[in-house]
Design a protein around this ligand. Structure first.
Ligand code: C5P
Length: 244
């Protein structure tokens, strides 16, 4: 596989085209941003850790019937993926109240939700990734009604699989963000990454609300020991064999 030019550079990843039009190469960076890039920094080793965690989770999801863009991991911080057209929608699933849900609704941090909450955000940096209503999503023609149903159902299925997986790691999956893309035939594939950058993960062995955090909230809120937390997640994730 020959890597050609850069297709896109995001906050945490660079996407390269390859000599195969159906395959892209994702390079995971150590750069970290938060609050729509108002806060910037670097987390040592993050690129490799997130690439390894994402690769393992994508393989686990594939083994349970979720179609993803993942192909393989040719080097520690690179992932080969199927070329898809990313939908400009961030799908967030929440099991426990945290982050913007608490800020925008007043629900106390840590409240266990009666059922998982699925939310759609407009992936648009200029607008600050606003929360969408279903009607706005359809108005903007970001997806068809059928695709919205499929996104919701797939996100809930992924939530079940990932919650169970992280439970086996003694980690609570609080919430997470997914992105999806359409392949050349119009099929919907899970894309982007699943990592401590995109999930809230709480260490079940710890009750202290700042000590239990094993994800990017350590960076967002200057809680310290960011690399250690990511490393812990990596070790626990890789210790779980992929189960069909
Ligand atoms: O900030 P908020 O509470 O809405 O985030 C919900 C979840 O989505 C968190 O796990 C966060 O890390 C993730 N997220 C993300 N990328 C964004 C926004 C949120 O990975 N642009």
């Amino acid at each position: 596989m020959t890597v050609r030019q850069k297709l896109y550079e995001g906050k945490a990843k660079i996407i390269y085209v390859t000599d195969d039009p159906n395959i892209l190469l994702t390079h995971f960076k150590d750069d970290a941003t938060a609050f729509n890039a108002q806060k910037r920094g670097s987390i040592v080793g993050k690129g490799e850790m997130n690439c390894a965690i994402s690769s393992h989770l994508f393989q686990q999801l594939e083994a349970r019937g979720i179609r993803t863009h993942w192909i393989d991991r040719p080097s520690p911080n690179e992932m080969r993926v199927k070329a898809v057209k990313i939908l400009p929608i961030e799908v967030v699933v929440r099991n426990i109240a945290a982050g913007s849900l608490c800020q925008q609704t007043g629900i106390p941090l840590g409240t266990v939700l009666q059922q998982p909450l699925v939310e759609f955000y407009y992936k648009n940096d200029d607008l600050g990734d606003p929360l969408l209503t279903l009607d706005r999503l359809l108005l903007l023609e970001l997806a068809t009604p059928e695709q919205v149903d499929q996104l919701r159902a797939t996100a809930l299925q992924i939530n079940q699989l990932l919650s169970e997986f992280f439970q086996n790691c003694d980690i609570t999956l609080v919430d997470f963000k997914l992105e999806f893309g359409l392949d050349a035939t119009g099929d919907l594939l899970l894309a982007d990454e699943i990592s401590p950058d995109t999930c809230r993960l709480w260490n079940q062995a710890v009750t202290d609300p700042t000590q239990r955090v094993m994800d990017k909230d350590r960076f967002r809120h200057d809680l310290g020991n960011v690399e250690d937390a990511y490393r812990q997640v990596l070790d626990r994730v890789l210790a779980q064999p992929i189960q069909p």
